[in-house]
Design a protein around this ligand. Structure first.
Ligand SMILES: [Zn+2]
Length: 287
């Protein structure tokens, strides 16, 4: 008995981990034969959308949805003891609180805990809430190049604008495939022409917001020498919500990771982004 117990504990952990992995893989599109066994960790399908998150702020204000990248089984970039999913959740919460405190917009998070959402679910949440602006927050990895640092701002383009952006797109989008099973699935039944018209205006507004982040952040945020990119990132694909992905810095740079995880780093980030959000909506109102 003792020997069985000895074996059973690690075995249970392994089986649970496997079930979680299978549940995730199966839950995206196919249906699991044994819901009780694996669906606890399953991702919501099209039929069962994630519950709408809490929205803070006065009803009359425009809405910004903040999306902390990764989560759950997907840690994102990991280095020096930091995990992207945790670090960006801290940044997202700081930004939410700052926007709420300034009273410049209503604000919601796509996730306020350690859960995984498909890229499409993230912007679909924003669309269901009729968001006016979508900000996805990430932290980058430079592999062994620990000296690489600085924030970057990504907007959507039809084609990856450079090889670097393409590689980035491949890496960020890979999270929707697990063990070769696509977790995404086709979703858009939207009229293509309307989408195209909306997309052009949306892209222009996203570019404007990206420019504001860069301008406002000049003195407070360390930017990468080449901070602006456009790429085909799934999470930015809402055709009707100006969307920006902010790579807050390199988690592979220990100094930068420590700063981003600190309250000072979070405050600097939140102040810059909130100011850019305020300016963006002020300009929108003038039109
Ligand atoms: Zn990421």
């Amino acid at each position: 008995m003792k020997s069985i117990m000895h074996l059973a504990a690690p075995l249970l952990v392994t089986v649970t981990a496997l079930a979680a992995a299978i549940g995730v893989a199966v839950g995206g599109g196919l249906h699991a034969a044994e819901p009780g066994l694996v669906l606890r960790a399953a991702l919501p399908g099209k039929a069962e959308q994630p519950a709408l998150p809490e929205v803070r702020g006065r009803e009359s204000l425009p809405l910004v949805v903040i999306d902390p990248g990764h989560g759950g089984f997907d840690p994102g970039a990991t280095a020096s003891g930091y995990r992207e999913k945790t670090l960006v959740l801290g940044l997202a919460r700081a930004l939410r609180d700052e926007i709420d405190a300034r009273g410049i917009a209503r604000v919601a998070l796509t996730r306020d805990d350690d859960r995984y959402l498909l890229h499409a679910e993230r912007y679909e949440l924003a669309r269901r809430l009729n968001a006016d602006l979508f900000i996805s927050i990430h932290a980058d990895s430079a592999g062994d190049a620990g000296e690489v640092e600085g924030a970057s701002i990504y907007t959507l383009s039809d084609r990856a604008s450079s090889a670097a952006a393409a590689r980035f797109a491949a890496r960020e989008n890979a999270a929707d495939t697990l063990n070769g099973v696509s977790l995404g699935g086709a979703s858009a039944e939207v009229n293509e022409i309307l989408v195209e018209l909306s997309r052009r205006r949306t892209r222009a507004e996203a570019e404007e917001f990206a420019g504001l982040i860069q301008r406002v952040g000049e003195d407070k945020i360390k930017f990468h020498p080449k901070p602006r990119h456009s790429a085909d990132l799934l999470v930015l694909r809402a055709p009707d919500i100006p969307s920006v992905l902010f790579e807050s810095g390199f988690i592979t740079n220990e100094t930068e990771a420590r700063r981003l995880a600190s309250s000072e780093g979070r405050e600097d980030f939140a102040e810059v982004m909130a100011q850019a959000v305020g300016l963006y909506f002020a300009r929108q109102q003038e039109r």
